[in-house]
Design a protein around this ligand. Sequence first.
Ligand code: MG
Length: 415
Amino acid sequence: MWARARATAKVVGHLDADCFYVSAERVRDEFLVGKPVGVLGNQGACVIAKSYEMKAAGVGTGMPIWDALVKCPGGIYVKRDFRWYEVLSRLMMGVVREWSPRVEYYSIDEFFFAAEPRRGQTYGELAVAIRDMIRDRLGVPVTVGIARTRTLAKLISDAAKPFGALAVMDRQAEEALLADRPVTEITGIAGRRAARLSPWGILTCLDLARADRRLVRSLLTAAGETLWWELNGEAVQPIHARRPAHRALSRGGSFGEATAEPVVLYAWLIRNLERLIEELEYHDVAAGRITVYLVYKDGQTGMGRATLPVASQRFDVLLEVTRPCLRQAWIPRVPASHMHLIAEDLTARGDCPLGLFDPPERRRQAEAIARLKREVNARQGRFVLRSAATLPLAGIYRDAANEYDICDVRGKVCF
Ligand SMILES: [Mg+2]
């Protein structure tokens, strides 16, 4: 435990932008400031972020647009633009790096950092300085929490929202904060884990911190024990200044409109496979196993999985194994709403042996096509050159907002 504690930062900061997507839209359009604003995702069907003004009108995250329009008819609804949000995100990270030698890019609008005040500065002043510099330079309101551990820092910044800056360093102040908050406010403790704790009278964060450590471990495994140490001020979760290597890569998501049409499902398979291959190429890895996962509107799910004889990142090879997976996952005549394509058993591409039954001529040809596709798309725009099987998705490709997704923002630790 001691050795692990020393590898972590002594004091941890957590920065979280306030209603980030809305704030990002306001940075480039002042007209939106002070008004109820909703940002739409999923081909415009759902509210994925809302301003505090819109929240006050009763609009929640994930609400379908038709319900949101009833709750907040005077609201302004804009389409998401992850390319722009990433630009601001990287600029925010640049500011945090001016104040800290070690910054973790946790998600598009959240960073953990080693908190090291300058000479004569208190931790509270450091939190204020970072928050104000981001507002002054970029116009984005954020909240900063500083504490002895990651878990405490995140609880503090959640409590200080919006536009807060707070350092809580002594045990008495920590306990006052923990006593006020239900255990479900801790990242990693959702309904099922909370239900395991409640028969033992563990309801608040302070109850959890004061519970017997061995009891917490038996109820929530080692992950729960980690949280127990962190709530008690013992830093055991390190700051990842570099993202740990991916164990799996995936692409997919909602169709926007559910479909039972085999040609449309096949078109989505191709689109997701092309995006997945982009990702494999970016990380320079090959997939050893592929899973196709379908979620149906009536709640059913379907899955197909295949192991490749030799790991690959080639379109023709992956398509050959993915097509039967789709057939396995497919339930005829039931509309499906989501598809996920997951690549696992990733190996560095240099380590992949050549396939025994893969004629060199075919391999050269496939590699030449892949190279051409990459080069044309790099020059002319992503997806300009793509498989003809995606023609049923013309509407998706017509809208530039669909070209860049939250999962295209690389380097985040959260997923
Ligand atoms: Mg946020």
